[in-house]
Ligand binder design. Structure first.
Ligand SMILES: NC(=O)c1ccc[n+]([C@@H]2O[C@H](COP(=O)([O-])OP(=O)(O)OC[C@H]3O[C@@H](n4cnc5c(N)ncnc54)[C@H](OP(=O)(O)O)[C@@H]3O)[C@@H](O)[C@H]2O)c1
Length: 240
């Protein structure tokens, strides 16, 4: 299944044109749109073949991003293990520098994480995290006092990141969609009903005309899971 290579072939040109990396949102959800049973608790939804696809997608991107909530609940490694390929640069969005010093991202051998945080970070925590191998990216905050994701994408482009895979969790997925910062989506839908934590919360749209749509879409079954992919409009009424 090689739908992503042609898309990412233009990632460098996309960065040059827009000043931002090409952003792929990719996560696994249940039939009822949940990514875990309860907030803060990991739930394995993907089958073996879809997991392999996730690792292939990781290998195709320059960097991979999650929110601090996902690190605190899942302690992910975010590297490439199930296929051959390079590890993407791990990035954690973490306004209050809560990343634990003993998390996998800091103790494993594969690429040290970049932590995206807001201006005036706690000095002691920054020093401790840098001593543990992290690099701190200091960014302006948004109206909620969290990391301004527009500024983060500008910064990542400046650091040479052409393509960014965003894996979750719920708040990060919602922020990227709400701010229309994702260019592409690869969704794994597992054939279960969970009744738990929704991947996407309020996107502020009541008019179906203005809802985000997937364009140039494709789909395929991988084992029991349905994989859906396609472009996301980054502007309202953007026909892609
Ligand atoms: N099924 C899947 O594919 C999948 C993938 C990943 C995660 N998950 C699940 O998702 C759950 C975690 O989701 P979550 O919503 O609690 O955490 P999250 O989305 O991973 O992280 C959210 C945190 O990121 C920080 N943040 C900083 N700037 C932000 C911004 N502009 N927008 C949004 N967040 C920002 C905030 O904490 P600060 O204010 O402290 O910075 C926020 O609470 C877990 O249960 C995990 O298992 C599932």
């Amino acid at each position: 299944m090689n739908f992503i290579e042609p898309v990412l072939e233009v990632a460098a040109a996309h960065r040059q044109r827009t000043g931002r990396p090409f952003v792929t949102l990719s996560y696994a959800q249940s039939l009822d749109g949940c990514i875990s049973a309860r907030p803060g608790v990991a739930l394995a939804l993907s089958g073996r073949q879809s997991l392999k696809l996730t690792h292939k997608l990781r290998a195709e991107h320059d960097a991979i991003l999650v929110g601090i909530g996902t690190v605190l609940s899942d302690n992910p490694r975010l590297n490439v293990r199930l296929v051959d390929g390079d590890n993407p640069r791990p990035i954690v969005v973490d306004s209050r520098l809560r990343l634990p010093l003993d998390c996998n991202l800091l103790t494993q051998e594969s690429g040290r994480p970049w932590i995206a945080t807001i201006e005036k970070p706690d000095k002691k925590r920054s020093i401790a995290l840098e001593a543990a191998g992290a690099s701190i990216l200091t960014l302006p905050s948004n109206s909620k006092g969290q990391v301004n994701l527009h500024a983060l994408l500008d910064k990542l482009a400046g650091l040479g990141i052409n393509s960014l895979m965003v894996e979750g969790g719920a708040r990060i997925i919602t922020s990227f969609l709400l701010e229309r910062l994702a260019n592409y989506i690869v969704l794994t839908v597992a054939p279960v009903l969970v009744g738990g934590l929704r991947a996407v919360s309020d996107l502020g749209q009541s008019d179906p005309e203005n809802c985000l749509r997937i364009k140039n879409r494709g789909h395929r079954w991988l084992g029991e899971d349905l994989i859906l992919w396609g472009h996301l409009a980054t502007e309202p009424n953007d026909e892609q």
